[in-house]
Design a protein around this ligand. Structure first.
Ligand code: ADP
Ligand code: ASP
Ligand code: MG
Length: 409
């Protein structure tokens, strides 16, 4: 008996025809006593459309109401999918996040899953149902609906798989695995057979949109292997797991190139050079749940003043400026500059640990295309450069070419 959680993204359920294609595939592969849970996203561009709709009412929709709105997308797809299974003669039942026991904190629009109480899902499986769970949503202890951040159905799927102790979590999408770069940007990117949680987490965090970073974190934390594969063909995809099992997969120094233009560069100018100032700035941002990246402090032209530069996601840009404006007088800095026309291009790979010169190679690649580097940041297994947004595609391609020369798909 197999016990599998399968997650289907928005493009996999975009139309009734696609829903039936998915249902027929699942039933075609299902053995009689297999236990199958399906986590599903909203149809096609539904979430984007709901965001546009919200924007026609207000630019400042309260986050609680935003969650109330956005969570409806997934509720449509679960009902349709469950009904399509029943139409094919398969017992099925749909559950919202609440009904599936997905308990989250109250951090609206990017809530974190605290616990999955899977009893009801388990009972429905034991009664012979294919269980359909709405991705992207959960419930607070107060009973408020939350959403888990864009791409959050991935996290629902991994959390449900972990909560049920399923054999594996399969993420079905419109590409057939994790590649060394976004195949839509780098046509000859290479498909990886395996990737570790650590490397996939960094790739996802740095912009490889194929998995939500939280989902990878959850997989690592709970030891749940994740298989990223295609909805539209049956080829083996990429397994995300703790350790490599195939020697050949270890040979790359870097595992991938990622880029992210959903970033904004914030410069706090003329910050007094005294202890505790950085603490006050970043603590203020942390209190608002704003994640900060690429922090650099440099001496400003003015004596005893510094400039502090960092990046945030574009979605947090307005909130970031709001927090800083509140702190301005208290801290006594000069002003805040915001630059939204930037992109972050990054390389990721545990192999760079014992290999000097990887950073130089990346900078050389970018220099060969005359791409100017703004902020640079590194971690143990990543190097990221902030560049002009217009250079993003060119940068990803040239960096990929330098690290994966002559590799064919
Ligand atoms: P879904 O709606 O199924 O969740 P997403 O659009 O969220 O699908 O994720 C799939 C997309 O991720 C692909 O179409 C691809 O363009 C993009 N992507 C970005 N980086 C990578 C990568 N390294 N490997 C594979 N796909 C990637
Ligand atoms: N529908 C949500 C989104 O578009 C969640 C998801 O697709 O994973 O972000
Ligand atoms: Mg996704």
């Amino acid at each position: 008996m197999a016990f599998v959680v399968k997650k289907f993204g928005g493009s996999s359920v975009a139309t009734p025809e696609k829903i039936y294609h998915l249902v027929d595939r699942v039933l075609g592969e299902k053995k009689p006593d297999d236990k199958i849970v399906i986590v599903v996203s909203a149809m096609g561009d539904t979430t984007d459309d709901l965001l546009t709709l919200a924007g026609r009412i207000t630019d400042h929709m309260p986050k609680r109401e935003m969650d109330m709105l956005l969570s409806t997308g997934e509720q449509i797809s679960i009902a349709l999918l469950a009904s399509a299974f029943m139409e094919r003669g398969q017992k099925a039942i749909s559950f919202t996040g609440f009904q599936a026991g997905i308990r989250t904190n109250a951090n609206h629009t990017k809530a974190g899953i605290m616990e999955v109480k899977a009893d009801r899902v388990m009972k429905a499986l034991d009664e012979g149902n294919v269980v359909i769970v709405a991705g992207f949503q959960g419930i607070t202890d107060e009973g408020d609906i939350t959403t888990l951040g864009r791409g959050g159905s991935d996290t629902t799927a991994v959390a449900v798989a972990a909560g049920l102790k399923a054999d594996i979590c399969e993420i079905y999408t419109d590409v057939d695995g994790v590649y060394t770069a976004d195949p839509r940007v780098v046509p000859n990117a290479i498909k990886l057979k395996e990737i570790t949680f650590g490397e996939m987490l960094e790739l996802a965090r740095l912009g490889a949109g194929v998995m939500q970073p939280r989902a990878v974190e959850y997989g690592e934390l709970t030891g749940t292997d994740i298989h990223v594969r295609s909805t539209f063909n049956r080829v083996e995809g990429t397994i995300i797991r703790g350790e490599y099992t195939m020697m050949e997969e270890k040979k790359f120094i870097i595992r991938g190139v990622a880029s992210d233009s959903n970033v904004a560069k914030i410069t706090v100018r003329g910050v007094p050079d005294v202890p505790g100032v950085a603490y006050r700035i970043f603590n203020g941002l942390a209190q608002e749940n704003i994640a900060v990246d690429m922090i650099v402090q440099s001496t400003s032209a003015v004596k005893e003043k510094n400039d502090i530069v960092f990046t945030v996601t574009k979605t947090d840009m307005a909130d970031t400026v709001g927090v800083l404006e509140q702190l301005k007088n208290e801290i006594g800095f000069a002003r805040v500059d915001v630059e939204a026309n930037v992109a972050k291009v990054s390389i990721v790979g545990a192999g760079m640990l014992g290999n000097p010169g990887v950073a130089a190679r990346m900078f050389g690649a970018l220099a060969s295309e005359n791409i100017n580097l703004d902020v640079i940041s590194t971690s143990e297994i990543t190097i990221s450069c902030l560049i002009a947004k217009e250079d993003e595609k060119k940068a990803v391609n040239v960096v990929h070419r330098f690290f994966f020369p002559n590799e064919e798909k």
